[in-house]
Design a binder for this molecule. Sequence first.
Ligand code: PHE
Length: 442
Amino acid sequence: MERENWTSRLGFILAASGSAIGLGNIWRFPYITGTNGGAAFLLIYIAAIILIGYPVLISEMAIGRRTARNPIGAFKKLAPDTPWWLVGALGVLSGFVILSYYSVVAGWGMSYAVKSIGGFADGTDFAALFGSHISSTASPIFWHAVFMFLTVAVIGAGVVNGIQKVVKVLMPMLFLIIFLLIFRSLTLEGALEGLIFYLKPDLSAINLQTFVDAISQAFFTLSLGMGAIITYGSYLSDRDSINESAGFVIFFDTAVAFLAGFAIFPAVFALGFDPAAGPGLTFITLPAVFAKMPLGALFSFLFFILLTIAALTSSISMLEVVVAFLVDEYGWNRKKASYFMGFLIFLVGLPPLLGYSSFSNFRFLGMDVLDTYDWFSNVIFLPTGGLLTAIFVGYYWGNTNAVEEANKNSNFKIGSSYRFLIRYIVPAAIIIIISLSLINSI
Ligand code: PHE
């Protein structure tokens, strides 16, 4: 069968931006920025995105387009009879594992969207509400199943008729919702204080860990190191520019992460809450904020829909990696591969889901099951995948090949700075963050 191509450059940019913009932008970025030095963190993060994220993003797109294959097939094609295909295999494995718990969290988001409709009563104990939600079983399993089903349905429908069609509707919706939320948040009395908290450069909060956080976040948020971008790049036609498309993806991804903070912090401060709640910000602090806000039920609903949309346009890119592998390498029918893999991933998601109930005794390095899955993905799989990809391009396949592929039909050309970054800076930075994260967790 003829391999599908995105039918327009916009289709590819929206799909790749959809993959990039996810829970990492709406849930994680605002709180790590708020607690890590505000504007000072932002500058380090932007440097990480440009110096490390951009070259790896371009490399993955180039590998994908040159080979027109899933990550395993791509490495096999560029480096036949070598073990390089294992880098692709690590990607497929990461897609599998990340999606399994990502869907659990997205399911919490969907369930909160539905809970929002009736409005949250002011004075509810939101920490207790969240605790009782995640430690129950029926509802989280139901929503995890619904979310996986949506992901499977999109991927089963194909690249153009599934992914591209869906992102063309969902991405504009995502932007619209985020602007509505920002408008609401900024027009509350006392909003300014939140902006000050979010953006005030606090140099004393900057240490080595800040750099580690910025670089890991750059990887996760751009969907790098696991072949999602290789796979999306494999459907890119030769007419389109890689350098410029990658530039748009970076711009949209950074803009949404940055804007999410504007939707959140002014409201948190205006209604008198503590912003340093860390990961609990989304499911504990925000519902409390919405409960106090005029038209809170509506805005709460919109916020959790935003979270769901962002998660769905990312989850489809993870499932696509796994499905493209079965379709390319074993000739599976796309629908069958989607449903089969979707079901397996649903099952693999059950342990992290039950980690707050039946499996609550499980501990790995002090973490529950979900955090363990997340730790393996963020500390081991993605950085290792990114490191090996950079080494592959810089020293094996040849950065000249990558540059040639990336510059095809691009007005903006890359060259010696890309070569320097991919050979030296990217590997060094990743080795440092993997080592530091390992030392920190053990
Ligand atoms: N980039 C997504 C986010 O920020 C997560 C993701 C990682 C998606 C890896 C695809 C692949 O939430």
